[in-house]
Design a protein around this ligand. Sequence first.
Ligand code: BES
Ligand code: MN
Ligand code: ZN
Length: 500
Amino acid sequence: MKGRDVSTELNIASGSPATSEADAVVVGTLSGEGAPVLAPGAEEIDAAFDGGLAALLAVAGATGKADEVVKIPTRGTVAAPLLVAVGLGKPGADGAPGAEQVRRASGSAARALSGTGHAVSTLGRIDLAAAGEGMLLGSYTFTEYRSNGNGKAPVARVDLVSDDADAEAVLRTAVAVGTAVRTARDFVNTPPNDLFPAVFADRAKALAEAAGITVEVLDDTALAEAGFGGVVGVGQGSSRKPRLVRLSYAGGATPRAKVALVGKGITFDTGGISIKPAAGMDAMTSDMSGAAAVIATTILAATLELPVAVTATVPMAENMPSDTAYRPGDVLRMYGGKTVEVLNTDAEGRLILADAIVRAGEDAPDYLIETSTLTGAQQVALGLRTMGVMGSDEFRDRVADLARESGEDGWAMPLPEHMRAELDSRVADLANVTGARWGGMLVAGTFLREFVPEGLPWAHLDIAGPAFHSGAPYGYTTKGGTGVPIRTLFAVLRDIAANG
Ligand code: BES
Ligand code: MN
Ligand code: ZN
């Protein structure tokens, strides 16, 4: 096996992009009425074209719409032999493109630059952080399992033009965020035969310890002894035994608050005895995306020394049908003592999460954020790009707002009180599913709420759609794991660090 794919090296450009000896120079275009308009940042380049660059690009077919890439040779006008014009779409009300437009265009540019050695990008002048993140996400590749690489290598080096006084610090943060997303994507993209609970726990431990984070791993014996009935029940059908990983970053000398993160780590979800249909089951390799995101986010918080204490509680299990598997009709005694009647073994995520949420609550955190590829109903309700955000009203709305600000789309959803009664069980404290299929995303959130300590501000992010991308790449979104919701979680941690 080869190691991790090398990441594109990012630097702050020194000097004018017009005289940079790069192989390519990136400029942004905005869509207007008909012809494209050159985005801010490309002034020296446009001057080298005698102010006629937008008109020239229009001749080559450019319109400035999002994700459009138009390449033209520069024929000695500027030092770089190739000009890559990338569309940003329509500017916002203030006349400037927003951060997500820049991130997305930078990602499209990154993909268009694959095979290139050295590029200089003027997008950094519009939004340096977004341009940097977009480059690192768009140039991501996963070639570990290809015998002959994956076509062209990602662009090796990109210099970002910036006029920011603190450009180096902004870039350092962007690189840390990009690295976190790439780490999570690597976890998600590693196939389930190689990434099962013990391996996932080992890799998370190694990465976290390298970042100076305290790590605790409970194996199946320790889980059974401590009474983690949800994790043990779901994990017992597999010969690859479950784990519970806890990562703790102290938040420096004076942390502003204590945040508990919880992420679903089902390394493969067959559905268990309530087995899933064969078509599309392979996508269930991504059922540990929530776990990957909270692990990477905790490491990110430590790397950037955020003044917030973060503890990630990550249950890991493989949901398999076998003679040792849990069955419909079983009653599990969850960590903390509540009992759950299993009516469908494919509603396994909420079972391992219930244990983890109760354990996380024991630390008396100020906030709890849980994320999971929890329901197909999320995809039905909100589609493949918008996560469902549930939880306590005020904190849920704050998280949903920050999800949209981060460019990872999210929408607040309710947890109607009447749904709790639908989870009443014949024999236990509650059942893991209802008889009807209506509002499945909200039912799952309602189930989780039963395990959240009273009064604790909490949020549940259902990322079943946004965590994994099966279609053609667009912007900075490559095929496979996306790294959602790391940027949302990071935005929330930063907001808590600033405002409590
Ligand atoms: N991991 C799935 C949810 C899922 C579906 C994630 C599609 C990503 C894409 C989850 O464990 C599951 O199977 N949920 C069931 C719940 C049902 C049995 C109540 C579902 O959504 O069908
Ligand atoms: Mn399932
Ligand atoms: Zn699942």
